[in-house]
Design a protein around this ligand. Sequence first.
Ligand code: ZN
Length: 261
Amino acid sequence: MKLVALPAFTDNYIWMIHDGQQALVVDPGDATPVIAYLQSHGLALTAILVTHQHMDHVGGLPALQAHLNGPVHGPAECGAAIITHPVSEGDTLHWRGLNLRVWHTPGHTTNHLSYLTEAPLDALGPRRLLWCGDTLFSGGCGRVFDGTMAELHRSLQRLAGLPGDTLLCCTHEYTLANLAFAAAVEPENAALEAARQRAMALRAAGHPTLPAVLSEELHFNPFLRTDQPMVVQQARHRGAPDDAPLSVFTALRLWKNEFKA
Ligand SMILES: [Zn+2]
């Protein structure tokens, strides 16, 4: 199977996985790049996964209806007009031999879902994949919209517990901005500097920085490092009332909201 990040808008990716005949897409914020790829590769679109209802994740659904022969899975709260087959925590979906597990990962929104699978990728062999929408980004995490800090922190802790070789298929190319913030949090982190160099080289060559590898994120994504002494110290300077991971996380997230690189 082939995993593809289709660029949309300025910094979105619509993730597609296909086997040369059928395709599944995740969070189609825009139909245009999806339809173009389907047509140029002779693929049938047979499933869509939705993580949450923000327009940059679902805006392409109406225009994809005519091209879709299969279900649209997502949170029931998104409404029957867009989600034909609601799913929730613990469900397993089956598509082209893949088992797709559904996790409820609230925080960015209260109903945010993530999807996990293991796929035989042409380029990389069997790999664990996580479609995590706006929950976890490379070098950062989503904002809290209608969820809570505690929910987002708990969701990130849960995702961080996945096997280290899991490939993170996030919806946004925010990596360089996130790493600029991470460098403000941990200026001495050598793994972070290496990640910045790599991300800059990829972007300069016009390539995505994604998917990210979970084990690497654990070395430089400050939102996954709320127990590290330097991160704790910085969060305390930014108003964290104590060293508790949630207090540290909350202070970091509020700092990031107003951070300018
Ligand atoms: Zn969102």
